[in-house]
Each structure stands twice: as structure tokens, then as C-alpha cells.
Write a protein that binds this ligand. Structure first.
Ligand SMILES: Cc1cc2nc3c(=O)[nH]c(=O)nc-3n(C[C@H](O)[C@H](O)[C@H](O)COP(=O)(O)O)c2cc1C
Length: 225
């Protein structure tokens, strides 16, 4: 059986948040995403894969916004006029919040306003996991289940359903990255309680999965492309 500790450090990459350079913007308005176009879906399936080395260069806000829209953005209204998403969720509870750890701060994606709201004015990327590449990627996504939204679901099924919803978002991001030529790795190896505390999450909010995203490290010939 394979173990992820072969793929990186077995201790957390950092024990404390790094300061941001300059002032963290309280809100980042993301450019409106394109709702059509891009690579044909079958080509994106053909290219989807995990990469664990990243260039340092950050994503521009247009690419970041397009990726977050693909992840769990609003793509339509239902017959009652409610906003619906690119990813499915049980009873349309939308229980997964997408947190975005950047060098310029930890933000939360607001799909309705299509913007990022500052949560913590510090660089928390390296705290989001254990492996060497965690914190090197310019974007660390953290999928947080808001279990308080799941009162209509039997308690024993809340976390499994939340993981399923997060998995759908993870795959949306994988396919977007395949189409956009970006490097990406899903991650389950997190210290959920430490990370939850660092993110100052409420007791009902649980980090379930994470995902590193960035440009390919073109010096890494095995993974470039
Ligand atoms: C739920 C889930 C959790 C994962 N957790 C990790 C992880 O913690 N660290 C890691 O390096 N890769 C992780 N991966 C990526 C898998 O290792 C990867 O998908 C698998 O090796 C197949 O490779 P491929 O994605 O390139 O097809 C995870 C994938 C999934 C779906």
C-alpha cells in the first residue's frame, strides 16, 4: 500500500502563520468568469492528473476567479429562483465553503457575490497540510463543511455527505486545471483540528479536504507539460 509520507514531510510544514507583505485586502472582487468555452470536456478528462510540484508564480485574479466559479460557483437559478451551483450537494444545502489560502491572506469564496472575503490576514498556506509541496503552491484551497447547515440530515450521515460534496468540488477543480494547464493535487492529509483552530472555525465547521493549485514547475521535467 502506498503512503503519502513517501511524498513529503511527516511533520506539519509550519507551526505558525507567516505574515503577509503589506496590508491584506478585506475583499477581493473577482473578474466575472466566462460561463462557456474552454477545452472540450473529454479532452479535460484525458488530461486530468495529480501533480505535486509547483512554480512560485501566483495565479492572476481572472484565473483564480474562473477556477473558483468552476469549483462551486453559481451557474443557474432553480424554478423557485434560488441560486444553484456547478457542484452538487445533498438537498442543495451547499454545506461546503471554499477557503483560499494565498500569500496575501486566508480568504473565503463568496459564490453569490463572486468575491473573496478576508478571514485571516496571514499566510496560512503551509499550515494546510504536511507534504513538502504544501505552502509552495501559490493557492491552497481548503474545503470546510458547515455541519450546522445539515440539520435535515441524520447526524451519522452529515460528514460522509459533506465529503462527497467536497469530492465533487475537488473534481471540478481538477478538470478546470486540466483545461487551463495548471498543476493541482487533492489532499486529505491534514491536521483537521489544528487547521480548524488556526482558521478560527466554529465547532460546527470542519476542514474535510484540501487542494493545492499553481503553475507547473517547468524545471521539473517529469511533471511539466
Ligand atoms: C480524497 C482524496 C484524497 C487525497 N489525498 C492526497 C493527499 O493527502 N496527498 C497527496 O499527495 N495526494 C492525495 N490525493 C491524490 C491521489 O493520491 C491521486 O489522485 C492518486 O494517486 C491518483 O493519481 P492521479 O490523480 O494523477 O490520477 C488524494 C486524492 C483524493 C481523491
Amino acid at each position: 500500500m502506498k503512503h503519502y509520507f513517501r511524498l513529503g514531510t511527516t511533520t506539519p510544514n509550519a507551526t505558525e502563520a507567516r505574515p503577509v507583505h503589506g496590508e491584506a485586502a478585506p475583499r477581493i472582487a473577482l473578474p466575472q468568469p466566462a460561463l462557456s468555452g474552454g477545452m472540450p470536456i473529454m479532452d479535460a478528462f484525458s488530461k486530468r492528473r495529480t501533480t505535486r510540484r509547483f512554480a512560485e508564480t501566483g495565479l492572476d485574479d481572472a484565473t483564480l476567479g474562473q477556477m473558483l466559479w468552476a469549483a462551486n460557483g453559481v451557474n443557474r437559478k432553480d424554478p423557485e429562483g434560488n441560486d444553484r451551483r456547478t457542484a452538487p450537494s445533498v438537498l442543495a444545502l451547499h454545506e461546503i465553503h471554499v477557503y483560499v489560502a494565498l500569500a496575501r491572506g486566508m480568504y473565503r469564496y463568496d459564490p453569490l457575490q463572486h468575491c473573496l472575503d478576508l478571514v485571516i490576514a496571514a499566510d496560512l498556506r503551509a499550515l494546510t497540510g504536511y507534504q513538502d509541496f504544501v505552502g509552495e503552491a501559490p493557492v491552497e484551497l481548503v474545503y470546510v463543511a458547515d455541519l450546522a447547515r445539515m440539520q435535515d440530515i441524520a447526524p451519522s450521515q452529515r460528514e460522509p455527505f459533506a465529503y462527497a460534496s467536497a469530492g465533487a468540488i475537488v473534481q471540478n477543480v481538477y478538470l478546470f486545471c486540466a483545461a487551463a494547464g495548471l498543476a493541482v493535487a487533492a489532499r486529505s492529509w491534514l491536521n483537521r483540528s489544528t487547521l480548524g483552530a488556526e482558521m478560527r472555525l466554529s465547532r460546527d465547521s470542519v476542514p474535510v479536504l484540501a487542494q493545492s493549485v499553481g503553475h507547473f514547475d517547468t524545471t521539473d521535467l517529469q511533471n511539466a507539460g
